[in-house]
Design a protein around this ligand. Structure first.
Ligand SMILES: Cc1cc2nc3c(=O)[nH]c(=O)nc-3n(C[C@H](O)[C@H](O)[C@H](O)COP(=O)(O)O)c2cc1C
Length: 172
């Protein structure tokens, strides 16, 4: 039934530490509050990422662009409980500034979050994170996303189909 909400933007949730980062692809990421800055991410109970976030109480939301789609697919189809997927991916993990979970150098932005709440929502756990630091690259240099030069990933459906937002700006 949730497929009627698609297309949705796609992100990478990085858990673990710099010695053993575990990136997981996630569509179910939502802004929650401006002050304090809060976001939520819904993570399946069976995910290895759930275990890591519950132990360490932090994570990073990394914003990938279409040029990272192959890595996004690996992070979303391989489980860290079975394989070290960071080694299969071509991205570079770098230390974050305020949390143990690493950031991804090639991502357009990295939002460092500390867990402030967790709610059981059916077969998922909804983690509420306070954004304690953000780093970003050229895609956000003008203080807003540059949608002309950077294609932010959208998941077109539940399957292996992706798209990206139009670069047309339409004002009401
Ligand atoms: C595009 C895409 C979006 C996904 N979104 C979510 C999500 O929002 N929440 C979730 O729990 N799993 C989501 N998944 C599935 C996980 O990324 C996948 O099960 C992953 O292998 C879990 O890795 P882990 O076991 O290392 O945590 C998504 C997968 C893909 C390909």
């Amino acid at each position: 039934m949730l497929s009627y909400l698609y297309p949705l933007r796609t992100y990478l949730i990085v858990a673990g530490d710099i010695n053993r980062p575990n990136p997981m692809t996630a569509d179910w990421v939502v802004p929650l509050s401006i002050n304090p800055p809060l976001l939520g991410v819904s993570i399946g109970k069976t995910r290895y990422t759930r275990k890591l976030i519950e132990e360490q109480k932090d994570f990073v939301v990394a914003v990938p662009t279409m040029d990272l789609l192959k890595d996004v697919w690996i992070a979303g189809t391989v489980s860290g409980s079975k394989e070290n997927k960071a080694e299969k991916m071509s991205v570079t993990f770098i230390p974050s500034e305020k949390v143990k979970a690493p950031s991804i150098k090639e991502c357009a932005a990295n939002l460092e979050c500390k867990v402030v709440n967790e709610v059981e929502t059916g077969d998922h756990i909804f983690f509420v994170g306070e954004i304690v630091n953000v780093t970003y690259g050229d895609a956000f240099k003008e203080g807003k996303p540059n949608i002309k030069n950077y294609k932010f990933i959208m998941h077109a459906s539940f399957g292996p189909e992706f798209t990206y937002p139009s670069d047309e700006i339409v004002r009401p």
